[in-house]
Design a protein around this ligand. Structure first.
Ligand SMILES: [Zn+2]
Length: 274
């Protein structure tokens, strides 16, 4: 298959119109006319994952995180992003990024968290229409299979999401009852107010900072509906997407491609000292 046909099929699963305004997912490197038979998946386009893709002989690397977040004016291989571009281009490997479009898409990062936690009756926190007949949008809100304490929910998140040194951090009354929860893959503090508005018992996300977390809990409490917070590592919240992505892309391409997932963890944190 030609790369452009592969990209077209991938973008039917994760349409680019689902992206946030500031984001630029899609084909970042590569020649659409080239043959594409081997697709390598990784969360981050980092030097070590690009090397893995190269060693496997990948024609296309699919990542969740962008190679560039800002305008770029030079790309020497002394720059970390230039290094990745240089490894991929020199080995004939293209790069396709599915970022906020994948967060919003059905069976994207957020649905993958819901699936791991066994959430029922899920719907987007912020709807953006439908894709392939399924609701799309940022975040998800749904119900746990049974009521549990916030402490049990934190433990469920720790157990079901990919292991990193951070584990799961909990904020709130450990004994409070949790049934309806909101989840947001990646750094979700801009959705704290939305979670409060939805009146959920707990909100799971990553990269929560001191002030937004404290303010949100005070606000929810003042409204008479306290909300617990669970913070997992950014990596843990997004890697579950690959539970779906490899199979869905392979099915979409009728198995005319070979897919492989990176064996490396790109969570930057390696130890916690308590
Ligand atoms: Zn992310």
């Amino acid at each position: 298959m030609k790369l452009k046909e592969v990209v077209e099929a991938i973008e039917e699963l994760y349409p680019l119109w689902l992206k946030e305004d500031w984001d630029f997912p899609g084909l970042i490197l590569g020649d659409g006319e080239k043959e594409c038979r081997k697709i390598f998946f990784a969360l981050d386009p980092a030097e070590k994952t690009a090397m893995e893709a190269k060693e496997w002989g990948a024609d296309l690397m699919v990542t969740h995180h962008p190679l560039f977040f800002r305008a770029v004016h030079r790309l020497p291989s002394t720059d970390p992003h230039g290094k990745v571009a240089s490894i991929l281009l020199s080995s004939g490997c293209a790069l396709w990024v599915g970022h906020t479009n994948v967060d919003s898409a059905p069976r994207g990062t957020n649905d993958a968290i819901c699936s791991r936690l066994g959430l029922l009756n899920t719907e987007p926190m912020e709807g953006k229409g439908e894709v392939n007949g399924l609701p799309a949008g940022m975040g998800r809100v749904g119900e746990l299979e049974r009521e549990m304490s916030l402490e049990e929910f934190a433990d469920l998140c720790r157990e079901k999401l990919p292991k990193t040194v951070q584990g799961a951090k909990m904020a709130g009354d450990a004994e409070m009852k949790v049934r309806r929860v909101a989840v947001m893959s990646g750094a979700g503090d801009s959705f704290l107010d939305k979670a409060i508005d939805l009146g959920v018992d707990a909100f799971l996300t990553s990269d929560l900072r001191h002030h937004p977390a404290l303010d949100a809990m005070e606000k929810a409490k003042a409204l008479g509906r306290p909300m617990g917070l669970i913070d997992v590592s950014h990596f843990s919240s997004e890697f579950p997407w690959f539970d779906f992505a490899l199979q869905d892309i392979k099915n979409k391409l009728e198995s005319r491609v070979e897919c492989r997932l990176s064996s490396l963890c790109t969570d930057p944190w390696s130890e916690i000292f308590i």
